[in-house]
Design a protein. Structure first.
Length: 321
């Protein structure tokens, strides 16, 4: 839309709540798990074994995303991805999303179109659909998404099942989103690969059920940083977890970006959030599925160490600090 001001016909206020809902839902295809989609007081979603995994996240403009750094479609994809990654971390596959959208009345309708389009694209990539939600007036852009998932008869993989002697493994990118944030924070827009990782994460959705089927004892979505998030597993399970840096793969692209910015790429890998990789513990090395990377061990004790020692500095993102 360039620098042109939107005309009244371009805004969400002119369309109205229900006009906007119709605009972003009509003609969309739903997965087979959606028995009743948008248009009624509530949706109906199939649950194979009577259990539904449910999770929710809230994303706030200028806290979780910036529209001068990302397109609305990229923001929509990210909003959907961060929720569906939590479903995958329970060992389930995402089936449905409920979307809450708050925005100012003068928000261009095209922005809402792109946001929801991004959500639909990301949902479809995981086999899920958008089944309903709500839209309200707000002072700035706020997105709240509830994601539902299907365990397909398996027990959920929680944070509390890690046992002494287990091995720790990860699946997905680590450090890429943190590198992209560092690049964007310096006012640059390239390298595209790392900037893109900050704008749109790529959670390995299918790896969650894969890990569950392989006998994972505990699992978590790496949203706030590897060390911070496996710390939740350690606390919930009453164990200690040690990460071995010689087992971590630091991609050459991260090394190059860190060199240019005077940063430590290993710090991004250990503490950077928003990649939404999965970290899980397994009872033995042979149980770790293909494409997962073993990076540590579970021991008696408490807390998280790196190469046997406490990590110096922040272990990841925390709100209100």
């Amino acid at each position: 839309m360039g620098s042109e001001l939107p005309t009244p016909a371009d805004t969400v206020a002119t369309l109205g709540e229900f006009g906007l809902i119709r605009r972003v839902t009509e003609g969309r295809l739903q997965p087979a798990t959606t028995l009743l989609g948008p248009g009624d007081d509530a949706a109906v979603v199939a649950a194979d074994d009577g259990r539904v995994v449910a999770t929710t996240d809230v994303l706030v403009e200028n806290v979780h995303f910036r529209l001068d750094w990302s397109t609305p479609e990229q923001v929509g994809r990210k909003a959907a991805a961060v929720n569906m990654a939590d479903v995958a971390a329970m060992g389930a596959m995402p089936t449905a999303l409920l979307v809450g959208l708050g925005c100012p009345a003068d928000t261009p309708a095209d922005v809402a179109d792109q946001l929801i389009s991004g959500m639909w694209k990301e949902a479809a990539s995981a086999g899920a659909g958008i089944i309903g939600g709500d839209m309200v007036t707000a002072d700035n852009l706020v997105i709240s998404i509830t994601a539902l998932g299907n365990l397909a008869g398996r027990d959920p993989v929680t944070r509390s099942g890690a046992q002494v002697g287990d091995v720790l493994a990860v699946r997905g990118r680590l450090g890429w989103a943190a590198a992209g944030l560092a690049v964007l924070g310096r006012g640059f827009r390239s390298p595209v690969a790392v900037v893109g990782a900050q704008r749109v994460p790529e959670p390995p959705y299918a790896a969650g059920p894969q890990a569950a089927a392989a006998g994972a004892t505990a699992m978590i979505d790496v949203s706030d940083g590897l060390l911070a998030d496996i710390g939740h597993i350690a606390t919930a399970s009453g164990v200690a977890i040690d990460v071995r840096t010689e087992l971590l793969v630091v991609h050459q692209r991260l090394i190059d970006v860190a060199s240019a910015l005077g940063a430590d790429p290993r710090h991004w890998v250990l503490t950077g959030g928003e990649d939404h990789a999965l970290a899980a513990t397994f009872p033995e090395p042979a149980a770790v599925p293909a494409d997962w990377q073993t990076i540590g061990t579970v021991r008696a004790g408490s807390g998280v160490t790196v190469d046997g020692r406490p990590y110096e500095g922040s272990s990841g993102w925390e709100h209100w600090q």
